[in-house]
Design a protein around this ligand. Structure first.
Ligand SMILES: [Zn+2]
Length: 146
């Protein structure tokens, strides 16, 4: 069974806000929570989508492994673990794209994809794959009731 992921009311609101702020580009970042087998999101840190600097980033994203590691170390100092990676799909459904499938860094993490339509958060889904050879499978995303 792939792991499920749970948001708090605050972290869920934050996810929506950050997703909308990234529009019309793809936003990306890390989902942080306690060190535990249950993956719970307490905080979110955004990472730079480096493709924006190359005039891309509308339908793809890439972050710097160095920035990823620095964010992970900063989180550990606050007793927080990386419980997942998120990125957004502007005007596209929250399904892994062929570009996502070709990213080995996305394996072994819960991948949350947030769909933003016309600048407004629409929906999100969580995906998992054990390694880069396997297809993504949808996993449970537990969000507080509005
Ligand atoms: Zn994607």
């Amino acid at each position: 069974m792939p792991p499920s992921i749970t948001f708090t009311a605050d972290s869920w609101e934050n996810l929506k806000t950050l997703s909308e702020q990234a529009y019309p580009f793809e936003g990306c970042g890390l989902l942080l929570g306690p060190f535990a087998s249950e993956k719970q999101v307490l905080r979110i840190v955004t990472l730079r989508n480096m493709l924006k600097e190359e005039g891309r980033g509308r339908f793809d994203f890439s972050f710097s492994p160095k920035e990823f590691m620095e964010a992970q170390l900063a989180a550990e100092k606050q007793q927080l673990d990386v419980v997942g990676i998120f990125h957004t799909h502007p005007d596209h459904p929250p399904r892994p794209s062929p570009t996502d499938a070709s990213q080995p860094m996305l394996a072994g993490w819960i991948n949350l994809i947030a769909s933003v339509h016309g600048g407004k958060f629409k929906e999100a889904k969580a995906w998992w794959r054990d390694d880069e050879q396997k297809p993504f499978v949808e996993t449970a995303l537990i969000v507080p009731l509005a």
